[in-house]
Design a binder for this molecule. Structure first.
Ligand code: FO1
Length: 312
């Protein structure tokens, strides 16, 4: 079977590890969020693509959920010794190699999709990892603080500010001119089913859905989503800060309505949210805490079962 899954960062990567475990013989194509991408010290960093690649390739720092295992930070310390900014983004020595390879391939004219494929040759994630687009489009956040109203890069809001300053709005800079990366629309067209993992519904899943053509292509498919909200609270990350910023309540019901019944055919919620309902959507309830890899596999299996019930 051919499964397509959209994915953001840490939660999405852990879910995908479970999906791969529960569907080892199926072909999985991951469409990764690139709205979090940032250029630092002249290097292009793709946090969500790297988190999926490292998590499924066995190189992830498991506790952090991002960055490499057995990491050191000598280069970061040396950059700080030169007073080079930013110092709030923790790039490790091993991780730098990924960004150097990616940046020199970008410089040589390779598209991000081919670069990602090349990096995955080393990591063998066991899924096909595609960026949502090869075009540059970054999530910026409008905030107001002592320096007035301004837009900051998502990573500055997420990492330096820890989302402590309310986001007034999000802007996906460049999205209007962005095209789905090669293979993205083909993978969706060929998919037997599509999964929306419990990634951030605004700045991860929502970002991918904004790339012109992707949401439209998904409307024709059986799509099952896994709620990123359990009992009114996000499982991890700061989905609540993002949902509030766009005027959406932090609930499994509100996220389902945000995605829309035209897009989502099945919605997996936690038992405490079993009251969730939306015309045209089949809702199923089961524990959704990805406490370990077995739990993630069980949740992924429940999502696949729901999708297969729906596709008949
Ligand atoms: N998250 C942090 O909270 N602090 C960091 O210093 C940090 C560095 C970092 C470096 C590389 C990378 O791939 C991810 C990194 N992240 C860090 C996580 C990142 O901000 C988020 O994972 C995504 O952008 C949102 O899912």
């Amino acid at each position: 079977m051919h499964i397509v899954s959209l994915a953001g960062g840490i939660g999405g990567a852990r879910f995908l590890r479970g999906l791969r475990a529960t569907a080892p013989d199926d072909q999985i194509t991951v469409i990764g969020n690139t709205g979090d991408d940032i250029t630092l010290f002249g290097l292009r960093v793709c946090p969500d693509l790297d988190t999926v690649m490292y998590t499924l390739g066995g190189g992830i720092n498991e506790e952090q959920g991002w960055g490499r295992l057995d990491e050191t930070h000598v280069v970061k310390e040396e950059l700080a010794a030169y007073g080079v900014e930013p110092q709030w983004f923790g790039l490790g020595d091993r991780d730098f190699a990924t960004h150097i390879v990616r940046s020199q391939m970008l410089e040589a004219g390779f598209p991000l999709s081919q670069i990602t494929q090349a990096l995955c040759t080393r990591w063998q994630p066991g899924v096909r990892l595609l960026p949502m687009t090869d075009d540059r489009c970054e999530t910026h956040v409008v905030i107001s603080d002592e320096r007035g109203r301004r837009a900051v890069h998502f990573q500055e809001w997420w990492v330096r500010l820890r989302a402590s300053v309310p986001a007034e709005s999000f802007a996906l800079v460049g999205v209007d001119a962005a095209k789905p990366a090669p293979g993205v629309l083909e993978a969706i067209a060929e998919a037997d089913l599509v999964i929306l993992p419990p990634s951030n519904p605004v700045v991860s899943i929502g970002t991918i859905l904004q790339v012109p053509g992707i949401r439209e292509a998904l409307l024709a498919k059986t799509v099952v989503g896994v709620s990123p909200i359990i009992g009114g609270a996000p499982v991890r990350g700061m989905a609540d800060a993002c949902l509030t910023a766009i005027g959406v309540e932090t609930s499994a019901q509100a996220v389902l309505e945000l995605y829309g019944a035209d897009l989502v055919d099945g919605w997996l919620v936690a038992p405490e949210d079993s009251g969730v309902a939306l015309e045209g959507v089949r809702v199923a309830a089961r524990p959704l805490l990805m406490t370990d890899q077995d739990a993630a596999a069980a949740i992924a299996r429940a999502a696949l079962d729901l999708a297969q019930e729906l596709s008949g």
